[in-house]
Design a protein. Sequence first.
Length: 252
Amino acid sequence: MQKDIRIIILAGGKGTRMKGEVPKVLVQLNAKPMIKYVLESISKSGIDENPVVVVGHRREEIMQELGDKYNYAIQEEQLGTGHAIMIAESLLKNKSKNVMVLPSDHPFITTETIQKLANKHLESGAKITMATVKLPDFKDWRNVFYNSFSRIIRNEKNEITKDVQFRDTNDEEKKVTEINPIFFCFNANWLWKNLKKLQTNNDQKQYYQTDLIQIAMNQGEKIESIDIEPTEALAANSNEEFEVLKKFVPEI
């Protein structure tokens, strides 16, 4: 029997900008690895008791830390977030009607947000439902979002029409304060079919799951979204971002 939603956690990246001695997802935040915050929020949500964790770089350390409670998909080559989902396909295809994909280095994502994302997706019947963050500005601690997060572009009907990586933004798009923390929920059949359309024609030569937004738009599919708090979008893509994360630990 197919489940309504299964969850994939992306933990295969190298995290080169952190320059640490342990895998990025195992970096301690208040004496606990970052990925465990995400796993605990998922567990409390009741959506998926055995999420799939995509591991690659230094995977033995991650798997040893997390134990045998989870399903692991091995990403031998780290070719992007879209590629990581491709690796997990064999474990999930025909086993769920929908697939939620979450990063492993956003420790402040809440159980409520995971449930809200799932509920919005199930209620809307959309092919893609995503979380976005609407910032007041990029000042103070929010400056960490400026050049690390893609911009969400909407039309006059407030519909999402595009996700633009910062390096590809024009001057006007840089000013957009709605950003993408990459919390997604997909219709499973649509996802497995359209993953094959991802290409590596970008400067990183990687498969990006965010390119699925453009694919859906080209097909005339409506993309649903929920708003989340800016702190939930905080990640550890660099040492600078990790320092900001540490400032908010008491709030979780």
